[in-house]
Design a protein around this ligand. Structure first.
Ligand code: MG
Length: 493
């Protein structure tokens, strides 16, 4: 393991609390407004040029837009309860530690959408986003289909991913294929009368997490070898929020502190935010009680310290993070020789301290449910669920103006066309800047003030180098899934 990997694996403790980050963000902004910008302003010269007199030049609105739209993705669907989705990511860490994945199950119906927020480096989040949906899709196969699938040579695709730009390196691919085959035979040996989606989601997440650990420990026990790649995946961590949508059925599996929110329109045309998930962090008292109950009373003061698990980890559930799961002997044998004694957290007496067990929620979609927002804490640090729902709601109304004017009927009178054009001209004032609603949310999360978007705030926050930027904001990943109200209206109750 090289030095950069060691740093990547152990930068968890440096992650700054969200309240502090918000405070820093406003202090920094005030400092800048007051003219004291030397303290925090260390902009990257590649983005923010310095003139001869050393006055910083703001990014132009066009440059800001290029940065904000760099990772946009959207897709339309021709049938089913999901009409389309918009997604985007904005990095703060370098490399970005958030990942995302969206896919259609191929052998069964259903769409999977996930946001994964890594810590201690991007390795675990990247691997989880590449592997998890296959585990889920396999678990959702009825017994007969599963048996057929296992026998196929070559096998058809279990999922069709939409925005998959990364490839796993070949040696890891070999290890992961072996684990997946073992997982398939375990699935086929566990007789199931019918598919319970909640159970499938939970088991596949737990199973993948066990595989991340086993892929390090098993070869070590067999021949004393430690694969540094699988180790860096197992020692870094990721929280995950995954939705599975099949017709009117919405399931959300959540591990950690991402969140999923449904935007619903009431009878009175008011937007309501239905927060589906509950974060696994120290603000969730049920989680604190769970952890205290799982360890002896003597550890009550050490198991949660400074609002973190063992004083180190902010999310109280996650995938990977084997430093909080393995026995101390395994850590001493596998991790300490490479990364030193700090591999074992202080007060590490009764592991495991951490689980990847998700909370799985079910919501029956109605025609009033217009969209689902899944996002990493980078977004939720900056805005409430209701603010985000209202912004997406307004965006929905305004985005019709991105399309060219369509005349409602043939043989329309000139006077009517004139009226239509006047109305459109007036309404164009509410046309959003970004067609992609995820970008719209990110733009408001960073540049939003009570008077609207503040360009200079946006420009400055986007100019910061990553080591400074991560003090003010986290990586942000946002996926917005739009539902087809007409389809949902016709779904039998
Ligand atoms: Mg985050």
């Amino acid at each position: 393991m090289n030095c950069s990997n060691i740093n990547i694996v152990f930068n968890t403790c440096a992650k700054i609390d969200r309240s502090l980050r918000q405070k820093l963000s406003s202090i920094w902004y005030k400092s800048y407004v007051l003219g004291d910008r030397t303290r925090y302003f260390h902009s990257s010269r590649t983005i923010c040029q310095t003139q001869k007199d050393d006055v910083e030049v703001l990014l132009s609105p066009q440059e800001v837009t290029v940065i904000l739209r760099k990772n946009e993705f959207n897709k339309d669907f021709s049938h089913g309860s999901v009409k389309s989705y918009d997604s985007n990511q904005l990095q703060s860490n370098d490399p970005i530690e958030d990942t995302r994945c969206e896919a259609q199950c191929k052998m069964t119906p259903g769409l999977l959408m996930g946001v994964f927020d890594g810590h201690g480096g991007p390795a675990c989040a990247q691997v989880v986003s590449k592997r998890l949906f296959k585990y889920i899709a396999a678990a959702l196969l009825p017994q007969e289909l599963l048996e057929n699938y296992i026998k196929q040579e070559p096998r058809e695709l279990l999922i069709d991913t939409f925005n998959d730009r990364a490839e796993i390196v070949q040696d890891l691919k070999f290890i992961y294929d072996k684990s997946f085959n073992e997982y398939l035979s375990k699935l086929s040996n566990t007789a199931k009368d019918e598919i319970d989606v909640k159970v499938c989601l939970e088991k596949s997440i737990m199973h993948l997490d066990e595989d991340l650990s086993r892929e390090v420990v098993e070869p070590f026990k067999e021949n004393g070898n430690v694969n540094h790649k699988t180790l860096s995946v197992a020692l870094s961590g990721a929280v995950a929020c995954v939705s599975y949508i099949d017709g009117p059925h919405l399931y959300i599996a959540n591990v950690g502190d991402c969140n999923a929110v449904v935007g619903t329109m009431t009878e009175d045309n008011e937007w309501v935010a239905r927060k589906i998930t509950k974060e696994h962090n120290t603000e969730n008292f049920d989680e604190l009680k769970r952890i205290w109950n799982e360890h002896p009373d003597e550890e009550r003061k050490t198991v949660i310290r400074r609002d973190r698990l063992l004083g180190e980890l902010a999310p109280l559930r996650s995938l990977g993070d084997c430093r909080y799961k393995w026995k101390a002997e395994i850590l001493s044998e596998v991790a300490v020789p490479l990364i030193g004694q700090k591999a074992i957290p202080a007060n590490y007496y009764t592991p495991p301290y951490l689980t990847a067990k998700p909370d799985v929620y079910y919501h029956r979609l109605t025609p009033k449910d217009k969209f689902l927002i899944i996002a990493s804490d980078g977004l939720w640090d900056m805005m409430t669920p209701l603010q985000s729902v209202k912004l997406v709601g307004e965006h929905m109304k305004g985005k019709v103006f991105f399309n060219p004017l369509q005349l409602p009927k043939k043989n329309i009178q000139l006077g009517d066309i004139n009226e239509l054009l006047l109305h459109r001209k007036e309404s164009l004032k509410s046309k959003p800047k970004d067609r992609n609603a995820a970008t719209h949310l990110i733009r408001h999360a960073i540049g939003g003030t009570e008077y609207g978007i503040d360009h200079s705030r946006l420009a400055h926050l986007l100019s910061l180098s990553s080591d400074v930027s991560r003090m003010f904001r986290d990586d942000m990943t946002v996926t917005i899934v739009y539902f087809d109200s007409e389809f949902l209206r016709q779904c039998p109750a």
